[in-house]
Design a protein. Sequence first.
Lengths: 339, 227
Amino acid sequence: MSESKMPNKSTTTKSSAPKVRRLQSRRQHRLVTNVRVFRYGVRNFTRNSWLTVAATAVMTITLLIMFVTIAASQMLNSTVVSLREKIDISIYLDPSVSDDTLRNLKGKMQLVENVRTVSISNSKQQYQDYVQQYPDKLETLATLAEQGIDPSEKFPAVMNVKVNDLSNLTPIKKVVGEDPQFKQWLYSKRAPSYAGEQQDTINRIASWASFAKQLGLILGSVFLVISVLVIFNTIRMAIFSRRDEISMMRAVGADRHFIRGPFLIEAEMYGILAAIVATVIGYFLFIWVTPGLEAYGIATAEIRDILSNWMIAIFAAMIAVGLLIGYVSARLAVRRYLK
Amino acid sequence: MILLDRVTKTYHRGIRPALDKVSLHVAPREFAIIVGASGAGKSTLLKLLTREEKPDSGKIVVGGIDYDTLDDRDVPLLRRRIGVVFQDFKLLPNRTVFENVALSLEISGHTNNEIKTNVPKILELVGLYGKQKNFPRELSGGERQRVAIARAMVRQPKILIADEPTGNLDPKNSWEIVRLLAKINKFGTTVLLITHSTEIVNRLNTRVITLDEGKVASDVAHGGYRQ
């Protein structure tokens, strides 16, 4: 700041301000300019065909991994849920237990942590169930009756317990093992079934589900970073290859928006294209593997419903993620290399 | 139209300023030539006028815009008011003549209709009417410079600054470009021609401002080349 220009600064400010403002009235043509920025972006996108293919491919893989991860963990989770629905814990009680005691025990069990529902059935009901289920065994039962044994008094009463979390049975086991009333009435000839083998299977599926989710999360993050880097680099190369063009546009008065905009649009085009490709591949991949998965008892119905009912939303979400990745990476490149 | 008041610009401390308290005034509709050897400060002057650089001290007012009050954001707007022609043309190789000229209007937000009417007119003025669809590589040096002039003039700026516009051209083409600049000046545009061509200076018989080591060495109304 030299002293010489200070005295008349205020007067020139007044005289030049309206002119600058008049210049700014050109900004009314914002829409026209935005359309042009968009057109340039699309043109750059189609012009860099090889870079386009590479950038889009990486982004497609990223989006596909996300898609598959979410679908797979959803499928495995709903499989686990449906299997767990079917399973309960059976606690066998002495046939002579009275209905009052049964109700009492049921009340106790209901208070235990992790227990969802408790149902009871006494010796007689168990007998009837058995008879209904195995009518061919009636003869055997009749033989027993002839020997003076009432089979309906020999069936243990059963308490069926459904739990929220199959992997946490300790509170139930503790009550059954330590409560004096339970200990008194526990059927000595048949230990409580804690759904042993099935539970292992279910737990294995559950751990697969969480493993799949974690793997997907890790792979997804890795590819997210890779695709940001690849797009960053693509835009960087585009900026370098168009250096002369950029300096020329600046010289003739292009503003930042006009120079940066096309690069952002270009990167977002990768995002949109990748989202379309990934959604299509993901969808057909799902249709293709469904029969195989069904054969393994994987529950695919829920995810199929989601896919068909929410197709547009899923597609929109994929595009949103693609746009976001494109925007962030291009923004980083533009900020770094287009000062 | 162009006013510099004691403008100083130093790039590195310890080295003499590229421009040292340069004051000059170019009136509206004037045709002024800036001459000087390399390192005399011609390029610095251009950079200051297009606001690629800021002066260390001194005042610059161009077309009524005081550079002291000019916000960085408004620099593009300033550049749209000044037409600049460069020695190396700065045309986009992968766009046609029409597109290169149209770009200038696209940047400043003119509508497509304005572009369609204005671009052919200016191309006619510079004598390139039939070459709208050609690419720069299909043109001669002189024709390329005409495209650059058309691009600078299509927005009808009040000021045209030509930085060594004939530097890459043979004498015949050079003279045609200079005649075109003179024609533009006649239509009312202030022209500032930066050159080191003795022949042009001597033939034009117009105001010549000589820069030497960052200072105005002479300013002659109907000058010739002094060195």
